[in-house]
Design a protein around this ligand. Structure first.
Ligand SMILES: Cc1cc2nc3c(=O)[nH]c(=O)nc-3n(C[C@H](O)[C@H](O)[C@H](O)COP(=O)(O)OP(=O)(O)OC[C@H]3O[C@@H](n4cnc5c(N)ncnc54)[C@H](O)[C@@H]3O)c2cc1C
Length: 410
């Protein structure tokens, strides 16, 4: 490995928010030779990213509602399995129909998966039980899909380690408190460090990756960000009763997912709408509801001990005031260029999901590079970041050509 830092093309970008989206963007832009500063008010991934189920969606959940999102999940989950395999448990998933009504949608579900390039295949219930002995033996139909589990922290941490090796400045426990603007252009970002020091970080462009806080960050720059926080509760049950990602073979709803994570099964989720950025907490009713629903999929979960319950909010793109609006809201993401509102060099990225963080970053980086007149192409679909463990090792500066690629070494 070379001790030389990657040659920066001279452009400076400040990323506001260090969840999975902001971290993936730091890696993507650093690979393009741009000098990146990533600012996060807490620990990296301490927002929604550190609190989700960790389901690496193959897209089957979305196939009947939105084939484009389902296809994107299939493409991105396949890519992440090659880029960051050490952070993924490639366990596979089963969709189970527990009654005749759920079973009646099976053929339509499989066809929708195939339309989205997801290799779903029906199994006999006996074969499904061989794969997942803990599943409800009274299931009526079963479909295998390539769902997987991933570590909510370690996957973005690999990107963070890669960005750091390429010279990105990573500021955790540092809050964005203002945006410097001159002649309608972003010139810098004002931050407050944990020790009380203020600093103005000069930049040519800034990207708001603030998740459910995106509207608050936008207000610092005087722009309106349409983002709708949709909180939901999650419950962790001790032990690995189930080894596969299990879902109900019904249109997406509450309490229909079970994700194995380390020595736990995570039950998700509920969805409500909120007007602010939280904090959010699970209610006693949500915990009881989620446990009951999970026990329908895996009967052993009825008596397994509770480990923890918590809540987090999805940063849905757009304005959704009611629960029904929120359920209908697309799980797609949006890159906003606020130049059209008179603020050049300021961008926001909202919506999406953790599974497509790399694709979200690519699209945001393309918009920022087009604005700055930088023609470096995206490399994040090709170049493997280092292990998340590198984040805790002494800094070893690298060049882009020092990394391995998904097709083998450079
Ligand atoms: C209950 C639930 C379950 C989910 N399950 C899954 C799943 O299984 N699979 C999946 O793919 N997706 C899942 N998702 C979706 C996924 O979690 C989110 O889409 C994703 O984590 C959003 O990442 P983000 O980086 O955009 O936001 P965040 O992770 O929230 O990052 C935004 C960051 O901005 C920081 N910030 C805010 N204000 C400031 C400021 N002034 N200065 C500096 N920093 C600031 C915050 O601290 C935060 O860390 C789930 C979501 C929920 C709610």
């Amino acid at each position: 490995m070379s001790a030389r830092l990657s040659a920066h093309v001279g452009a400076r970008v400040c990323i506001l928010g260090g969840g999975g989206t902001g971290i993936a963007l730091a890696w993507d832009l650093a690979l393009r030779g741009i000098f990146v500063t990533l600012v996060e008010k807490g620990e990296f991934t301490s927002g929604t990213t550190g609190r989700h189920h960790g389901q690496l969606h193959c897209g089957a959940r979305y196939a009947r509602g939105d084939v484009a999102i389902a296809r994107e999940c299939m493409e991105e989950s396949s890519l992440l399995k090659r880029l960051v395999p050490q952070t993924i448990e490639n366990n596979g998933g089963l969709f189970l129909a527990l009654d005749d009504e759920e079973a009646s949608g099976t053929d339509e579900f499989i066809a929708a998966c195939h339309a989205a390039t997801i290799p779903a295949r029906e199994l006999s219930v006996a074969d499904a039980l061989k794969l997942e002995p803990a599943a409800n033996p009274h299931a009526v139909r079963a479909v295998w899909v390539p769902d997987a589990s991933f570590d909510a922290y370690r996957l973005p941490a690999s990107f963070l380690a890669g960005a750091r090796a390429l010279g990105a400045r990573l500021l955790n426990f540092t809050r964005v408190v203002g945006v410097e603007i001159a002649q309608g252009k972003v010139r810098g970002v004002r931050v407050l460090h944990a020790d009380g020091r203020e600093e103005c970080i000069p930049c040519d462009a800034a990207v708001n990756a603030g998740g459910v806080w995106a509207a608050e960050i936008g207000a610092l720059a005087g722009v309106h960000i349409p983002v709708s926080p949709a909180p939901g509760a999650l419950v962790a049950i001790k032990g690995r009763a189930a080894q596969l990602v299990l879902s109900r073979l019904a249109p997406p709803g509450d309490g229909d997912i079970l994700v194995p994570q380390r020595e736990l099964n995570i039950i998700g989720s509920t969805q409500r709408m909120a007007s602010g950025s939280g904090p959010f907490f699970p209610t006693a009713e949500e915990i009881i509801f989620l446990r009951e629903r999970a026990a329908q999929l895996v009967p052993a979960l009825a008596t397994a001990p509770l480990h923890a319950a918590w809540a987090a909010a999805r940063p849905l793109s757009g304005t959704a005031n009611t629960l029904s609006d929120g359920r209908k809201a697309s799980r797609n993401f949006t890159v906003l260029d606020h130049g059209s509102e008179g603020l050049r060099g300021f961008f926001s990225i909202t919506g999406g999901k953790a599974t497509v963080l790399r694709a979200m970053a690519e699209k945001a980086a393309d918009a920022v590079c087009a604005y700055m007149g930088t023609d470096s192409p995206c490399q994040s679909a090709r170049i493997k970041p280092p292990s998340w463990r590198a984040l805790f090792a002494p800094l070893e500066a690298m060049r882009v050509e020092d990394f391995n690629t998904v097709g083998g070494d450079v």
